[in-house]
Design a protein around this ligand. Structure first.
Ligand code: AP5
Ligand code: MG
Length: 246
């Protein structure tokens, strides 16, 4: 049922990575993170930078599901249908996926998981069994009007999940992926205003309660910033402190 999952970017890099403050081995550090944010808040965008600078392996549950939705099977069709509406996939399916992708990973960054308190409890249970608790929960706090603009201007390369924005980070050639030369597309859940509103509503109702959950654990860091560069500088400050504490 979940065979698409091995295709996901499990390209562990144990190289020495330079950050503004020092060199450190990403193998010995233990960044296990989740990144929480509304649709269009920049989870995927920031994940790419964090992979580059901290060697964390981004695991995007949205991208995993979009790949699963491409499969010509009843499961693939069921996922595709859900994605088009902006509703969440069931906790049971997500639990199976997450257990599989976390196997044998050290430094990872979950983009889009957990998405509700039940998923957070499940994640904690899985990590407790492995004795590797979550170290950071980052919340990207972006005003709602900005989210909608970003989604309208977003273009993606479906196979890799690479994200562009026609205003903020355009591809070198309009409509074409910089790396493969393949065409860029709109995501099926980005085109419809009603679906976007449903994703925002789902985020508020199901995902926002996670902020309290992680605040209680003392690992929540809120990044309030509408612009990427400023936001990323704040994220780096937080992570550099966390790595120093280890
Ligand atoms: P998912 O793929 O996670 O979608 P999402 O949460 O709606 O978030 P997006 O990917 O739309 O936005 P993003 O925050 O990654 O922003 P991005 O970096 O692209 O999930 C899709 C669906 O899968 C869900 O609706 C649900 O159905 C299902 N699902 C996933 N996980 C699930 C789970 N755990 N349980 C159940 N169901 C699940 O940036 C957006 C745009 O803005 C881009 O164009 C980018 O270039 C631009 N941009 C980014 N930062 C900036 C900036 N600072 N300034 C200007 N532009 C910027
Ligand atoms: Mg994303």
């Amino acid at each position: 049922m979940l065979k698409c999952i091995h295709k996901i970017a499990i390209c562990n890099s144990n190289k020495i990575t330079y950050t503004s403050s020092r060199y450190y081995s990403t193998q010995s550090s233990s960044l296990r993170m989740t990144i929480i944010g509304a649709p269009g808040s920049g989870k995927g965008t920031q994940s790419t930078k964090l992979k580059r600078d901290y060697g964390v392996v981004p695991i995007s549950t949205g991208q995993i599901l979009r790949e699963a939705a491409e499969e010509d099977t009843p499961f693939g069709k069921e996922i595709a249908k859900k994605l088009k509406t902006g509703d969440l996939i069931s906790n049971d399916i997500m639990a199976e996926i997450i257990q599989k992708v976390l196997n044998n990973q050290n430094n990872w960054l979950l983009d889009g998981y957990p998405r509700n308190p039940e998923q957070a409890e499940h994640l904690d249970k899985v990590l407790k069994e492995k004795d590797i608790p979550l170290t950071v929960a980052l919340y990207l706090d972006v005003p709602e009007n900005i989210l909608q603009e970003r989604i309208q201007d977003r273009w993606v390369h479906p196979k890799s999940g690479r994200v562009y924005n026609s205003v903020f980070s355009p591809p070198k050639v309009k409509g074409i992926d910089d790396v493969t030369g393949e065409p860029l597309v709109k995501r099926s859940d980005d085109n419809d205003e009603k679906v976007f509103q449903n994703r925002i509503k789902t985020f508020k109702e199901s995902t926002l309660p996670l902020l309290k959950y992680y605040e209680k654990q003392g690992i929540l860091y809120t990044i309030s910033s509408p612009t990427s560069d400023e936001g990323y500088i704040k994220i780096k400050k937080v992570l550099d402190q966390v790595v120093h504490k280890e």
